[in-house]
Design a protein around this ligand. Structure first.
Ligand SMILES: Cc1cc2nc3c(=O)[nH]c(=O)nc-3n(C[C@H](O)[C@H](O)[C@H](O)COP(=O)(O)OP(=O)(O)OC[C@H]3O[C@@H](n4cnc5c(N)ncnc54)[C@H](O)[C@@H]3O)c2cc1C
Ligand SMILES: *[C@@H]1O[C@H](CO)[C@@H](O)[C@H](O)[C@H]1NC(C)=O
Ligand SMILES: *[C@@H]1O[C@H](CO)[C@@H](O)[C@H](O)[C@H]1NC(C)=O
Length: 624
């Protein structure tokens, strides 16, 4: 236990002043209830306080109800359920703040009280651009940080921040199909078969809607992810990426509200710099998106091949697992040909089990083409004496929604929500498989990384870290005119490799720390031989040290200049985003040594907890 003096020395008083967005509940700058009420009028009564997902499970909560608690626990891992309310995120790691959270005790014991933790204590349920403009104005007037929350999938917790005012965009659900699209004041951007979606539409909603018009959507694998928000602004890869490119490649026009409160329709002719920046530069950085207008593609058939196998290695040392080494070498040898032929997929490998899921959307005989492209690997897997194949299934689906429905189980297994997930990752490019020597170095590093994890975790925690290969690179859509601002490494990417660390909400900190550190150590080994150090901004490690280069690459400086032009006061700030202000911003207190959890509406306990000069006496009292 530290002394009061040492605690005070660690506290930095927020420099509250106009334009700093550091006002916190309890400060004199924090709006009175009358001011919140008046603001509520300007957003047509759409100012709301969240109901925390698991609150029915807490006897101390006014929402306590055992039946409802059971129902919450039953749907705890359902991504649609989690996005249906403001009081939850998909990744539970970002719901807590210090020791405060509302984890329902999946790992006992349950905490004594349900706290807001890191979730914004108040939000505007946005329906119109005017709601956004009014919220921006209120945030500026009172110096309160805003965050934008759509489905809450963000792996860096960017859609929540303690004691901020949230804009919930998830209810912007408009959708329309434009067979002949006329762009705003920009004949060059007139296109056929354009989809228009509100910022809150998710993959399942978009694919369902446009399929009725005979069109498919470059959505991700997970049906619950929002496709216009963080996904559509930061990249957006999926099974159609090797065929048509990333989500940002499809964008033709956006409706946005810029931080000056002005509604704008932007495209390659109107504010082209802002349009370019929002095609890959990330969510919550340049403006608030209202509508996303993008190229659709005629429906095709979807062929899939799932092959799963068990291995029985002689040695526990994974670097000596010769069968796994042969498998990874074979995959590396085939990958360029697969990507060129638009075969995509999702694989996971462990010491004793491998699962390869290959997908080919194609207007011709998709199944025959997939079988041809995978014939070598099929024969390798099914004839190798050290490989015991447990599943070997080719299927074909008539359209995109049927693909999602038919493969739902496998897809869900690879997109866990309602748990705490960390995703250290790297993009593996064509340069990394240029020669047999390079393939050997890559495969060796992969096995060594897996061995690092095995040794560090031991048997008890082995399930905490998993190795995923996503074959969703964009090598067939080069973007020669740099119409998008996404990391250029995507254009050479064959695999997006993720070392996934997962633990249940409320797991003891020494365990979660160990799992997280192990995933990072394993990735460090895997990334060593890579020719380019690049990672996908939306699925990476928030602690990435060289984040500007690794996440954005060469476009970073240009993106930063555009950020400064369109958001000179950094109204929009988020973790490791373009122009990120750093960890000192009180919006990140939950990640610091002095976490300040959200104070619930009507912000009463804050008055005694936080003195007006900004010193946080509540922490001092705890220390005493
Ligand atoms: C289970 C799971 C599966 C995934 N699968 C894929 C996949 O297949 N492919 C892929 O590319 N990615 C995938 N992702 C990553 C995903 O792209 C990101 O999490 C993305 O940020 C989600 O965007 P969202 O708007 O749905 O989420 P949110 O967390 O609500 O928002 C993400 C970020 O975008 C900002 N934002 C949201 N809406 C707006 C808006 N209207 N205007 C401005 N900023 C906004 C938020 O402030 C936040 O910074 C997956 C993530 C998870 C958890
Ligand atoms: C905002 O107004 C609506 C409609 O009057 C009301 O239902 C809601 O509770 C108000 N929000 C807050 C935070 O007071
Ligand atoms: C959604 O569509 C309705 C009906 O066309 C329209 O009035 C409304 O302005 C649209 N909302 C947004 C945010 O574009």
């Amino acid at each position: 236990m530290g002394t009061v003096l040492s605690v005070l020395a660690n506290l930095t008083a927020p420099t509250s002043g106009v334009g700093s967005f550091t006002c916190q509940p309890g400060h004199s700058c924090w709006p009175s209830l009358q001011e919140w009420d008046a603001f509520n009028q300007t957003v047509s009564g759409r100012l709301k306080v969240p109901v925390i997902l698991s609150s029915p499970c807490f006897p101390s909560s006014p929402n306590f109800n055992e039946e409802e608690c059971a129902s919450v626990l039953g749907s705890y891992g359902d991504g649609f359920f989690r996005q249906s309310i403001h009081g939850a995120l998909q990744n539970t790691a970002w719901e807590g703040c210090g020791n405060e959270n509302c984890f329902p005790g999946i790992v006992p014991p349950r905490g004594p009280i349900c706290s807001l933790g890191r979730l914004s204590p108040i939000y505007v349920d946005v329906e119109t651009p005017d709601d956004i403009a009014a919220t921006l104005a209120f945030s500026k007037k009172h110096d309160i940080r805003i965050v934008i929350k759509n489905t809450g999938h963000d792996y860096f917790g960017r859609s929540a921040s303690a004691n901020s005012l949230a804009m919930r965009t998830n209810n912007l659900k408009n959708m329309s199909f434009e067979p002949e699209f006329t762009a705003y004041n920009c004949p060059a951007a007139n296109k056929k078969n354009i989809g228009i979606i509100g910022a809150g539409v998710n993959a399942a909603q978009a694919t369902g809607f446009f399929s009725k018009h005979g069109m498919s959507v470059t959505a991700g694998a997970c049906p619950t992810v929002g496709i216009a928000g963080g996904f559509g602004l930061g990249g957006g890869h999926g099974p159609l990426t090797p065929t048509h490119g990333l989500m940002v490649d499809q964008a033709v026009e956006f409706d946005v509200v810029t931080t000056d409160g002005v509604f704008r329709t932007i495209n390659e002719c109107n504010e082209p710099d802002l349009f370019w920046a929002m095609r890959g530069g990330g969510g919550s950085s340049f403006a608030v998106l209202v509508n996303y207008k993008f190229q659709l593609h005629p429906e095709v058939r979807w062929a899939t091949w799932r092959i799963e196998a068990t291995l029985s290695p002689e040695s526990p040392d994974i670097t000596e697992n010769t069968v796994l080494r042969e498998i990874l070498t074979s995959v590396s040898n085939e990958q360029y040909q697969w990507s060129k032929n638009r075969v995509t997929g999702y694989d996971t490998v462990s010491h004793t089990f491998v699962s390869f899921f290959q997908i080919l959307p194609d207007s011709g005989d998709a199944l025959a083409k997939l079988k041809k492209a995978t014939a070598n690997f099929h024969s390798f897997m099914t004839t190798h004496p050290g490989i015991k194949v447990t599943t070997d299934l080719y299927q074909v689906f008539d359209n995109q929604p049927e693909f999602y429905a038919g493969e739902a189980e496998g897809i869900a297994a690879g997109s866990i929500v309602g748990a705490s997930i960390l995703t250290p990752s790297r993009l593996i490019t064509t340069d990394d498989i240029e020669t047999p020597e390079k393939i050997d170095a890559l495969v060796s590093a992969f096995l060594q990384g897996m061995e690092t994890a095995r040794k560090q975790l031991g048997e008890g925690l082995a399930a905490g870290v998993a190795f995923f290969l996503l074959k969703t690179g964009a090598i067939n859509t080069p973007d020669t005119v740099q119409a998008t601002s996404v990391n250029p490494a995507w254009r050479k990417t064959l695999w997006h490799v993720i070392v996934i660390a997962a633990w249940p909400p409320g797991a003891p900190k020494d365990i979660s720390d160990k799992i997280a550190a192990t995933a990072r150590d394993a990735l460090d080994v895997i990334k060593a031989p890579l020719s380019v150090q690049a990672a996908y901004f939306n699925e990476a490690d928030p602690a990435e040290p060289d984040w500007e280069n690794v996440f954005f690459g060469e476009p970073y400086e240009k993106l930063l200049a555009i950020k400064k032009k369109w958001d000179p006061d950094t109204v929009l700030n988020c973790a490791k985003c373009v122009g990120y202000l750093g960890e000192q911003d009180p919006m990140y207190s939950c990640d610091s040594k002095n976490p300040i959890p959200s104070v619930p509406y009507p912000f009463r306990q804050a008055e005694s907890a936080i003195m007006d000069d900004g010193n946080f006496i509540i922490d001092v009292q705890k220390e005493l």
